[in-house]
Design a protein around this ligand. Sequence first.
Ligand SMILES: [Fe+2]
Ligand SMILES: [Fe+2]
Length: 240
Amino acid sequence: MQEEKLNNLMNKYSLSDNEKKEFLKIVNPIIEHKEFQRRLTKEFLHHSDITLGEHILEDALITYKLSKKEKKKNININLAVKIALFHDLYTIPWQNNKENTKVKKFSHKHGFRHPIEAAINASYWYKDEFKNEEEAKILIDGIIHHMYPLPVTRTKRIEEDELKNYDLFLKLPKNIQQMIKDSANRTKVFSYSLCRSKYPEGRIMSKSDKMVSFHQIKNLNSLTALLTGKNKSIEDKDKE
Ligand SMILES: [Fe+2]
Ligand SMILES: [Fe+2]
């Protein structure tokens, strides 16, 4: 099932046989993880009725294609695609979820908080990918600022930020904790950090995310869900 979906997506973006091989070499070891597999199920709906896993894979494909086109920018395709695979690995489903809507502080809502949760989860679940310091910096900064031009919650007082995976943050190596804090404290605007990624890999992924998200938002209910966390279209569907 998963292979078929992935193959259809690769055909949608006209990958050659060699490109498919190159892309799958990066993607397969990441999607095998049980937490990624969960995000390919209806437990995690992202926009409308598209699963989070499908959204991520489409992002990864567009990132791959755009990175190949931008030869002059010297983009490390491996890292750019991995940022896409990690960027939305947040902890709990965000739509129609009481655990999520009860978050009081506006700056701690899912939209502003989830890139930090994703950076924590990715660096905890895929430790080996973050062993090289230079690569880890590029991955973390790309994940944290993928929503640009939207801001991200600042991590100055990360323990108070209602993160749903603060327990995992405490288990991360000190250098990774520091990278996450440093990245989410750049360019301070009140309670937020507002800037694009320092690295071209993060910037190209952020561009791909906008392209994918806008065509996956199918109706007004899905759009307003981005603000409220409640998606009436999915609720109605569940009742049918
Ligand atoms: Fe996101
Ligand atoms: Fe995304």
